[in-house]
Design a protein around this ligand. Sequence first.
Ligand code: NAP
Length: 293
Amino acid sequence: MQLIDGKKISLEIQETIAEEVKTLLAQGKKKPHLAAILVGNDGGSETYVASKIKTCENVGFNSTLLRFPSDVSEEKLLQAVEDLNNNDDVDGFIVQLPLPKHINEHKVIEAVKPSKDVDGFHPINMGRMVLNLPAYVSATPYGIVQLLDRYNIETSGKNCVVIGRSHIVGSPMSILLAKNTKVGNCTVTLCHSKTKDLKSFTTKADIIVCALGSPEFLKADMVKEGAVVIDVGTTRVASSETKSGFKLKGDVKFDEVAPKCSYITPVPGGVGPMTIASLIMNTLLAAKKEIYK
Ligand code: NAP
């Protein structure tokens, strides 16, 4: 079994990006600039945004964090999005999800200018991704593709099961893995909460991407010998072992599944750091105007 070290690959990508930033500055160009909108004070969202901002600093980007209280009006939030759309110094920005219930998430996502939508959630970027046109690919699936690529994991002709069909992880992941690309050409089965006899699919899978948000859901008897298992899940569970009072649990029962795998990602240290690396890669593309000329 080989552990897929997302933290290490993420740091390698960050080093390459930091070099590219130095080159841009030497050419007299400005620093790439990522902005983030954070609504409310959900602990998970705070942590994710803080590490995105910190990674910006690590690679030499500028970053801006715009915070709003959880009772901010939809109108005010849409105005903040519009201001970032029109701010020439900001290359790309994200609106950290989830948003409070009184705000229409789709309306906010659609308000982001596609050329600054470095999360790749806007319908235009999703559509372009599906059609093999240049697009910002949503960060988590893009990060997983990078991991499979850098570990030279063969995907062509493999049976792949993706568990979870969310717009930000499972659905784009299933599309990317089925594409006629270097990391692709899988025969993909997309499973969800209505799937009957999930185990009959997972036990035939060469590659399993587990993205449902249910701690330790995937057990050893659901996985065949030699499978590649990618664990996207990050659920905060209470823990007396950590200073913060919680720890992150993946969707895979790691201790029993890992011995059966050829490759597996840990939680933390697997997919999570790659999501941030991909966001930074997308922001660099935005700064260089490589997707939308
Ligand atoms: P989500 O929007 O809640 O979607 C969960 C999906 O899992 C849904 O499609 C749901 O099916 C399916 N599902 C739920 N229970 C199931 C079951 N028992 N069997 C089969 N499918 C089931 O979640 P998400 O945003 O995709 O996130 C999934 C997990 O990944 C969460 O733990 C999240 O925190 C984590 N995540 C991690 C990163 C990272 O960077 N590491 C990034 C994003 C998300 P239905 O559609 O039928 O409801």
